[in-house]
Design a protein around this ligand. Sequence first.
Ligand SMILES: [Zn+2]
Length: 96
Amino acid sequence: MRNLSCLIPHTHKKKSNWRAKREEFNQSLRYAKKVTEYEKEGKDLRELAPPPPTQNPDLVPCPHCGRTFNETAAERHIPRCQAMKTRPPPMNTRRR
Ligand SMILES: [Zn+2]
């Protein structure tokens, strides 16, 4: 396990920020989980609600759909998302 905190220069932050950061982090984790579920089930990611707004610099934005993910999720998601975009959606997603 890498210790990322030693790579990040110490900055002066507001004390009350950790709570918001933590909540934001939890939200993005939940969201990334949902995205993974969708991908596993072969669902169309466009049906998924947009991600919660975030200011977290640790998150990696996907260049294809604009969603942000934590480092691990982004590594998995971005190639898949690219493949999804370049390939037409499967027939069975069409439903009414
Ligand atoms: Zn994407």
